[in-house]
Design a protein around this ligand. Structure first.
Ligand code: SF4
Length: 228
């Protein structure tokens, strides 16, 4: 599978925030969010093909229990099936981060799903082809239902404007059977100022609706720096 980078850092988002982890970033995505914070794994995919053995060997160089298989969209790659199984077999805790548009029979301890709303699409004027494809592929409720029935999960929504809060409620009403305590709302942005501004109206909303506010701690700790 094509890999953009493998590095050790600290998980900055979600229920495992603060946990030292090795990140394996698959390169390639079937979506093109305008706000993507890893364009080198979506808009302009970098990296090279690596065999499962090679990836596992690199991960083993760190004696770090937690491994995060992320992207891009790792579910694009069938090699994720043996990779996730191998990592668990050597005792690693495996998180898979996905937008929830594709299903593979993977093994993992946590699936972190980040569904994308219509507001995430690239503009029609900027990229008409990707605008259409993004809209066609971004919403797969049947995939989400299957993933959450098979794995421990967290559902992480990227929130840009208050309109996205309405989209969250519509989404949960459609997909159903989602535990609100597993729903994280995370502000869009890669700079502290805009993140703080969004946090001001998002935090009270999360408290009143029973959602979890999810800061991007890696931005606070390191800034918008690749490999962190
Ligand atoms: S789904 Fe994730 S990796 Fe793909 S374009 Fe959107 S934000 Fe980037």
């Amino acid at each position: 599978m094509r890999i953009a980078e493998i590095y050790r850092s600290i998980q900055g988002e979600g229920f495992l925030t603060g946990v030292p982890s090795v990140f394996v970033r698959a390169s390639g995505c079937n979506l093109r969010c305008w706000f993507c914070d890893t364009p080198y794994a979506s808009w302009r995919p970098e990296g090279r093909d690596m065999a499962t053995d090679e990836i596992v060997s690199q991960v083993e160089e760190w004696e770090t229990e937690h491994v995060v298989l992320t992207g891009g969209e790792p579910m694009l790659f069938a090699e994720l099936i043996p990779l996730s199984a191998r990592l668990r077999a050597i005792g690693r805790h495996v998180t898979i981060e996905t937008a929830g548009t594709l299903h593979l029979p993977v093994e993992c301890d946590l699936v972190s799903i980040s569904p994308k709303f219509a507001s995430s699409a690239p503009s029609q004027a900027g990229d008409a082809r990707w605008h259409r494809r993004h809209e066609r592929e971004r919403h797969r409720p049947e995939v989400i239902r299957r993933l959450i029935s098979e794995h421990e999960y967290q559902l992480k929504f990227v929130i840009d404007t208050p309109d996205d809060l309405r989209a969250v409620c519509q989404y949960l009403a459609e997909v159903r059977s989602i535990d609100r305590q597993r729903v994280l709302l995370m502000p869009q942005g890669t700079e502290q100022g805009p993140l703080a501004t969004r946090a001001e109206w998002m935090k009270p909303y999360c408290e009143s609706e029973g959602f979890v506010f999810c800061p991007r701690k890696q931005i606070e700790w390191y800034g918008p720096v690749r490999g962190t």
